[in-house]
Design a protein around this ligand. Structure first.
Ligand code: NOJ
Length: 546
């Protein structure tokens, strides 16, 4: 495993996948844990050392498993608890850690707690949720899925009252102010640590802190400190990763005094970086740098280009958001969702341009923070806008050009989501087997980017500076540690660029670690010669400098 001890996640490279769509071992059309175990060598070869599994618990799947009906089991279409344990054992043998996704802001309506709660107001489970008999006077706020839900209160016929939900109506919010609910959460964390998990992605951490329901409760960050204490007491290397798409000025809050979350998804950088590399302009990266808080004393970012949800653009200024809506989406606007993002994968956003996708990954990996790869992005998989809502970006992994892309032997229509069989993103054109054969394929390039990062882990602690590259479409930055200077150049343009910098870079002690771009060093300055989408990583050993 990279890093020993408790700080392993600072050096880690994370790969996120959904078991349902990764690899089907029994031909029923659903990916499963046994299929995932078969593909662990692939994940290992990619060079990543941490897997974040999206929800795999029993669920009616009305929100892709983020609607949990039982927190202590595996959906039987995906396998069993012992399959999960075997998977974590096999992953650990390869030095790969496992994070599971826990959804504590809400349950599915199908969860036994809600069923008991709605049937009997005297049941202890009633107070696991938030109810009102006077909806007109009840606390009101916005629903997070505004295209699908009118508000945050829905009437339950069985209970004869309204219940509170910030997401879909079938996802009633848990009353996290109730100590019994928190005890349940802690037991669930212990349960999965005992089964082999190395930590957790805490879903919807921001909504968990919001004022909830009629009782006006606004939970404090102590909620997560408590969880961290539970987790560390059980396994000292276990971590908590927050999904909290909050305002930039609130983000440091999630780290407490370095005693709360270990990692926090960097949604600000996500919107700005993916946009910048797509529109071929570096201003968004300058802006991200200005608006992000300095968290270096308390925690670390988890950085990403895309995830399994919509590409949320709310962190961009309004005019850039409108620009992104038109620039990246199809003319009929069919990809625009929730008034805030595109339900498209990276390859759609970048028009299938593998050079640009590789360059964007190089940029991601050259930032301090823990990089996260969305499964399928390493080969340039596209989306299927015929599918509902965010399912468009959740089609099965494309392993080869055989039927269903090698994902399953079931009939296509029996697959959890149909594999992409037509068009430029079909498994015939985009698949692992094909790209594995070619040293210049996207997969091979991303493998090299991961390996170079793993060989240069000092950069993780480097202090970050942006240079004036002389071009709006060339991004040059530097990470300095006491002994080492890393200099990175990325050309966003569709044409060649020459960029001359006057940074101290002695010739003899500078080596190029990565990239298809060229450079030369003269008089203590460096000149980059970059073709379209080229990138260069330079490393200088400062101990030899005067
Ligand atoms: C964030 C998850 O990533 C998303 O897929 C889900 O719909 C919401 N949380 C609600 O759980």
């Amino acid at each position: 495993m990279t890093g020993t001890g408790q700080d392993w996640y600072e050096d880690a490279v994370v790969y996120t996948l959904d078991v349902k769509t990764f690899n089907d071992s029994n031909g029923d059309g659903w990916g499963d844990f046994r299929g995932l175990i078969e593909k662990l060598d692939y994940i290992d070869d990619l060079g990543v050392d941490c897997i974040w599994l999206r929800p795999f618990y029993p669920s009616p799947l009305r929100d892709n498993g983020y609607d949990v009906a039982d927190y202590r089991d595996v959906d039987d279409r995906l396998g069993s608890l012992s399959d999960f344990e075997e998977f974590t054992d096999r992953a650990h043998e390869r030095g790969i850690r496992v994070l599971t996704d826990v959804v504590f802001n809400h349950t599915s309506m199908d969860h036994g707690w809600f069923q008991a709660a709605r049937e009997d107001p005297e049941s202890e489970y009633h107070d696991y949720y938030l109810w009102t008999s006077h909806v007109e006077d009840a606390y009101d706020t916005i629903n997070i899925f505004p295209e699908y839900e009118d508000g945050v209160w829905s009437y339950d016929e069985v209970a004869g009252k309204h219940y509170f939900h910030q997401f879909y109506h079938h996802q009633p919010d848990l009353n996290v102010a109730n100590p019994k609910v928190r005890d349940e959460m802690h037991d669930i964390l212990r349960f999965w640590l005992d089964k082999g998990a190395d930590g957790f992605r805490i879903d919807a951490a921001h909504p968990m802190l919001m004022q909830k329901g009629h009782n006006g409760t606004e939970e404090g960050i102590w909620l997560f400190k408590e969880m961290r204490d539970v987790v560390k007491a059980e396994k000292d290397h276990a971590i908590l990763l927050a999904e909290a798409d909050d305002q930039p000025e609130h983000l440091d809050h999630y780290f407490g005094d370095g005693d709360t979350f270990d990692l926090l998804f960097n949604f600000v950088l996500n919107a700005h970086m993916t946009y910048a590399a797509g529109v071929k302009d570096t201003w968004p990266l300058h802006r991200a740098d200005e608006i992000l808080p300095d968290i270096s004393d308390v925690g670390h970012w988890a950085n990403f280009l895309r995830n399994h949800d919509e590409w949320n653009l709310l962190k961009l200024p309004d005019d850039a958001l409108q620009h992104a809506r038109e620039y990246f989406g199809p003319d009929d606007d069919s990809s625009w969702i929730f008034g805030r993002g595109h339900r498209l994968r990276l390859a759609d956003l970048y028009d299938g341009d593998h050079d640009r996708i590789a360059m964007a990954h190089s940029l991601l990996f050259s930032y301090p923070g823990t990089p996260v790869i969305l499964s399928g992005d390493e080969i340039g998989m596209g989306s299927d806008l015929w599918l509902d809502e965010r399912e468009s970006v959740r089609t099965p992994m494309q392993w080869d050009d055989s039927e269903n892309g090698g994902f399953s032997e079931a009939d296509r229509e029996d697959c959890y989501n149909p594999p992409i069989a037509h068009g430029r993103f079909s498994y015939e054109h985009i698949n692992v087997a094909d790209q594995r054969e070619h040293p210049e394929s996207l997969l091979s390039r991303i493998q090299r980017i991961v390996a170079t990062r793993q060989d240069n882990l000092e950069l993780v602690d480097g202090s970050f500076h942006i240079a004036d590259s002389g071009h709006r479409d060339v991004f040059v930055h530097r990470l300095d540690t006491d002994d080492t200077a890393f200099i990175f150049a990325h050309n966003f343009a569709d044409e060649s660029r020459e960029s001359v910098l006057q940074w101290e870079v002695p010739d003899a002690d500078t080596t190029q670690e990565l990239g298809p771009g060229d450079y030369h060093v003269e008089d203590g300055g460096v000149t980059f010669l970059l073709d379209a989408c080229d990138y260069v990583w330079l490393r200088g050993d400062k101990s030899h400098w005067d």
